[in-house]
Design a protein around this ligand. Structure first.
Ligand code: NAP
Length: 346
């Protein structure tokens, strides 16, 4: 690969809008060509993609209409876009030069021409695994940090519950809560994940929600005195059960509701009156509104990573052709930890 060369470019395209549960065949692998040169007169950057991040929000971009969405959907026949880690091949932008490692939004393809560079950031720490910029040092990490530390207002000794707790965001929220001296319980969808929560991430307790007929009873078992903080990743029946078990003046950070992603009509929530009777604060978090905290977040997290005080489990799929399967696997819990796809190694 040399600058200016025209090369073939493997890409993942959306085949058609998705309805219901997404399938691998909703996306297709195709081969285009790309000139490895940023066009003259632009501030564009050409990158070679290394790692792709699979994120639940991408599900809503696969469908035509979604009243709750914050980005426009993908267009059938166009390249899927998402958070990636990449290396700069050519640049006309003053902030980026050939060889720089960057993270941000690019395409699910071998090489991308980026004309909208607002979403591109330089990789600051190269002495940690580069794939971390799709997760712990990227959007998932900042979401966990802002959602827990800013929205939940945690205090030492409080009782914290996290759903989808072994995932990209959840595993970090639990570890942040332990660092603050909280009692921490997580739910996840398999024995392997429950073991990870207790034995690797240091949660006090964890349970497999798929094996519980009565989620309310399960939560009462782990929180006889109630929950101070709920970090909401799944919605649906879990949220209803949590509301019944919240303490007075509890806080709920609503980060996501993945159990509702593939439903044409979201389920209702029945126990919302608990917000009144227990004076609970329930607040949504959108990571894009917390980007100003990123430098502070890096100062917080990087020492913990280097000292081995925070672990991060990444689930790696090898090759662009594995990307569709890796993405849809999020919705059946196939991923164990942050789901990443390796396109190329540095
Ligand atoms: P993740 O947890 O790494 O992966 C998704 C996990 O969700 C799966 O592994 C599965 O784990 C669980 N899941 C899937 N379908 C489910 C269902 N029907 N019921 C219950 N659990 C289900 O994903 P993530 O990136 O950390 O995201 C977690 C949540 O945070 C998502 O809701 C996402 O949308 C949200 N998020 C929000 C923001 C924001 O700015 N608001 C940013 C990032 C992420 P189990 O095997 O445990 O079921």
């Amino acid at each position: 690969m040399t600058k200016g060369e025209v090369v073939s470019n493997k890409q993942v395209l959306l085949k058609d809008y998705v309805v219901g549960i997404p399938k691998e065949t909703d996306m297709v692998l195709s081969t285009g060509i790309i000139k490895l040169k940023a066009p003259q007169g632009s501030e564009a950057v050409v990158v070679k993609n290394l790692y792709l991040s699979c994120d639940p929000y991408m599900r809503s971009l696969l469908q035509k209409h979604d009243r709750f969405r914050f980005f426009p959907s993908y267009t059938p026949g166009s390249v899927i876009t998402g958070h990636t880690v990449a290396t700069v091949v050519d640049s006309n932008h003053p902030n980026f030069k050939e060889g720089d490692l960057v993270w941000g939004i690019t395409g699910w393809e071998e090489y991308s021409l980026i004309t909208e560079t607002n979403f591109l950031h330089k990789v600051e720490h190269t002495d940690v695994p580069l794939s971390y910029y799709t997760g712990i040092l990227g959007m998932s990490g900042l979401t966990a940090y802002a959602g827990f530390h800013e929205v939940c207002s945690p205090k030492e000794g409080e009782n914290v519950f996290i759903s989808a707790a072994s995932g990209a965001v959840g595993q970090l929220v639990g570890q942040f809560a332990k660092l603050m001296g909280c009692y921490v319980v997580g739910s996840a969808g398999s024995k392997e994940k429950v073991d990870l929560l207790k034995n690797k991430f240091g949660f006090d307790e964890a349970f497999n929600y798929k094996e519980e007929d009565d989620l309310d009873a399960a939560l009462r078992r782990y929180f006889p005195e109630g929950i101070d903080i709920y970090f909401e990743n799944v919605g649906g029946k879990m949220l209803d059960a949590v509301l019944l078990n919240m303490k007075i003046n509890g806080r709920i950070a609503v980060c996501g509701m993945i159990s509702q992603s593939n439903l044409e009509k979201p389920e209702g929530v029945h126990n919302l009156f608990c917000l009144v009777s227990k004076q609970i604060r329930m607040e949504g978090i959108l990571v894009g509104n917390w980007l100003h905290l990123y430098p502070k977040f890096l100062d917080f997290i990087v020492p913990f990573i280097k000292e081995g005080k925070i672990s991060y489990v990444v689930d790696t799929a090898e090759g662009l052709d594995k990307a569709p399967g890796a993405l849809i696997g999020l919705f059946s819990g196939r991923n164990v930890g942050k789901q990443v796809v390796v396109v190329a190694r540095e």
